[in-house]
Design a protein around this ligand. Sequence first.
Ligand code: F6R
Length: 622
Amino acid sequence: MCGIVGYVGDRSALPVLLEGLKSLEYRGYDSAGIAMPARNGAPGLEVVRRAGRVDELVAAAQARELAATAANGQHAGIGHTRWATCGEPSEGNAHPHRDCTGNLAIVHNGIIENHLQLRQQLVAAGHTFSSATDSEVVAHLVEERLTAGADLLEAVRTAVGALHGSFAIVAIDARYPGVIVGARVDAPLVLGLGEGECFFASDVAPLLRYTRQVVWLADGEIAQLSRAGARIIGLDGAEHVPTSTEVAWDREAAEKAGFPDFMLKEIYEQPRTLRDTLRSRAEPSGELTLTELAISPAELAEVNKIFIVACGSSYHAGLVAKYAFERWARIPVEIDVASEFRYRDPVLDAKTLVVGISQSGETADTLAAIRYARTQGARTIVITNVVGSSLSREADAVLYTHAGPEIGVAATKTLSTQIAALWLLGLWFAEGTGAMEREAAAEVIRELWRCPELMEAFLDGPEGPAAIAGIAERFATAPGWLFIGRGVGFPLALEGALKLKEISYLHAEGFAAGEMKHGPIALIDKGTPVVAIATHSRVLGKLISNVEEARARGASVVAIAQQGDERVLEVAADVVAVPETAELLSPMLDLLPLQLLAYHVAKLRGCDPDRPRNLAKSVTVE
Ligand code: F6R
């Protein structure tokens, strides 16, 4: 989704803005732009925009000799990476958008739902529009208020009051030097506080090289930044006291650390991030404390049904959890793709628990699902990686995954940590309701604490990753892939297919292996790669029969299995061995070869695994 940066301070604004936009590239975008006051006190703004990558914006700024202007008074500015929602991706639709005077410019992330109506009114009032975006109405609305005598902060505040939708906005006006103003309603915006300088950004990544002191703007807050610091007011104009927190993430965590791509680095980080998710909640000895959930055992005992809502890979994490919750806690679990949830009139009440899962914490459908659940009186828990994200503010309780920043667009470490957090939730539930004996739950936790080591054994041992690289090489040109699994292997089949298709642009589908005979088996041709999740489970025998059926029709079977499993060796042309763990925990190991397979195929096909086409890291529109 769109990325926003804003700067005011003693530095030259240009490099801060351009670096900031580069560190937001992972959010997904199709154009970029910046606005700063014109050089050497000339009137108006200097605006540069380009369709395409930030590098093209950098080149355009250099061509205009902006880079050589450190001492020319451009000490404030705003920047934006746009992911088109309203109006095609183009230079004309790229942000910042100016008002009619050319003194004011705004950047915007989100959706202005009433933009058509506002546009008509503004055009009737004599404003001229130059883009097809919903965002441009904001510039003209603020302009109206400035013309009527308001200052920039007041003009933004009252303009925000006229907008419907979800948005983060930052504005700059050449007539208000040394000041930038931003507002947040349902879209992320964070302030960075430095010595004699302040920043706006969509997330902390652009801030880390300058400061760790941040203020998470709340919905309905408007902030004015200057060298002197931040002034925050509410939509009603009341002053709010800024409360800053220190971000623990460092810059290195946002860099590639020697790996060729963020995705590969993030795959290899998973043993560590799993430990971070478990730490302080589950002791290696088996103790479990989830104090952050703030729900008493008595309240817990009242819950008679759990709904899980999520999108994409987070949905697959939910599916993995469903198997565990139902087996451990003996409670019915329904799982919904978040975009479907509220439109199907789910039956919710105070005895229902709704769990929303989202790595970004900003996914519009998941956010709407959790809000809907609350209106129906249900309890809500959110599992997310981003502290202060929109979802984290909406739920009764939050379980953070502590995976650190995930820069690759495809979810890897955020997914495995979501699964771990869900397992902790399931065990806590099972223990709290008495469905599981303390010792049985402790046994699972001890095994879960073994998983990071087992993951390291797979990732660092030469055989597994090398086998995957070889398989990727042999099948990188296959036009269609099938992934099959049974039981808890089924969500893994879905995830393996999603990961492959999203970063290599090959057609891939995941199926419950038992469904193959009901249609998908018709897709199998001589040499069709069929990846089977064949680690030990109560349904392994049945899965092997399904694999045989596929092989008999010419499939080239790749099995993810335990070392030396004779039954699997007999039916699969390739076997990738993963260490053995408990059946319900096996997704933690099975994920690794699936992620590596997608990564290698993408690289062999010349695709950028970190920035897949058409996709965004944070999907803030429905
Ligand atoms: C897949 C992927 C997406 C996300 C989905 C939900 O690799 O990254 O499918 O899982 O867009 O995003 P979050 O988890 O942020 O709600």
